[in-house]
Design a protein around this ligand. Structure first.
Ligand code: ADP
Ligand code: 5GP
Length: 201
C-alpha cells in the first residue's frame, strides 16, 4: 500500500492559506486536516476541536513538555503547534494529511520529514495581500502593519519549498495544488512496489 502524503501548505499571513485549504479539503474528502493547537482566542464561529484546539498558555506549555507536538512556533504573539497525533502511523496506513501552518513551522517540519510535500502560497501582489488582510477584518491597524512588514521576510522563505502556487483565484490555486498532489502520488519513489512483476507470466 502507498504511504500517505504529508502535505504542508504555508505562506505569509493573509495570503489565503486557510481559504484555499478549505476548498481542497472539500474537493478531496480523502485528505485529513491536521488540527493545530493555539493559545489565541477563538474567532466568532470557530469551534474547539474543529478549526483549532484552543489551549491556555499553561496547557500549551504542558503539551510541549509532554512531547505532544511535531512542531510549534510563536506567531504574532500567540503559540501555535501541530500535534503529533499519530501522524506517522496515519501516513503509514495510507492517509494523506494536510498541515496549514506558518513559515517557521513548515521549515521545522521539513527538517524532520523530508518526504513531505511543501507548497508555498504567494499573494498576487503585496497590495492585494494588504487588501486581503484588511478585508478579513481581524486585525487592528498596528497588527496589519506588523503583518505587512513581516510579509516580505516570510515570502523569501518560500525559496526553500518544493512548489510555489500564486493564489490569484481560489479555484486556480486549489486546482494547481490538486495537480501537485496527483504528480506526487505518481512519483516512482512512491510506487516502487508497482515494478514488482515477480512470478512473470
Ligand atoms: P491566511 O490563512 O493565509 O492567513 P485567509 O484564508 O484567512 O488567509 O484569507 C485572507 C483573506 O483573503 C480572507 O478574507 C479571504 O476570504 C481572502 N482570500 C483568500 N483567497 C482569496 C482569493 N484567491 N481572492 C480573493 N480573496 C481571497
Ligand atoms: P490564524 O490565527 O490566522 O488562524 O493563524 C495565524 C498563523 O498561524 C497562520 O499563518 C497559520 O498558518 C499559522 N498556524 C496555524 N496553525 C499552526 C501550527 O500548528 N503551527 C505553526 N507553526 N503555525 C500555525
Amino acid at each position: 500500500m502507498q504511504k500517505g502524503l504529508l502535505i504542508v501548505v504555508s505562506g505569509a499571513s493573509g495570503t489565503g492559506k486557510g481559504t484555499v485549504c478549505k476548498k481542497i479539503l472539500s474537493d478531496l474528502p480523502e485528505v485529513a486536516y491536521s488540527i493545530s493547537a493555539t493559545t489565541r482566542a477563538p474567532r466568532p464561529g470557530e469551534v474547539d476541536g474543529k478549526e483549532y484546539y484552543f489551549l491556555s498558555v499553561e496547557e500549551f506549555k504542558s503539551w510541549i513538555a509532554d512531547g505532544k507536538f511535531l512542531e510549534h512556533a510563536e506567531v504574532y504573539g500567540n503559540f501555535y503547534g501541530t500535534p503529533l497525533n499519530k501522524i506517522e502511523e496515519r501516513l503509514n496506513r495510507g492517509e494523506d494529511i494536510l498541515l496549514e501552518i506558518d513559515v517557521q513551522g513548515a521549515l521545522n517540519v521539513k527538517r524532520k520529514c523530508s518526504e513531505g510535500v511543501y507548497i508555498f502560497l504567494l499573494p498576487p501582489s503585496l497590495e492585494e495581500l494588504k487588501r486581503r488582510i484588511e478585508g478579513r477584518g481581524t486585525e487592528t491597524p498596528e497588527s496589519l502593519s506588523r503583518r505587512m512588514k513581516n510579509a516580505l521576510a516570510e515570502i523569501n522563505v518560500g525559496l526553500e519549498y518544493d512548489y510555489v502556487v500564486v493564489n490569484d483565484s481560489i479555484e486556480n490555486a486549489a486546482e494547481k495544488i490538486k495537480a501537485i498532489l496527483t504528480a506526487e502520488r505518481l512519483k516512482v519513489s512512491r510506487n516502487e512496489d508497482k515494478f514488482n512483476f515477480d512470478g512473470g507470466f
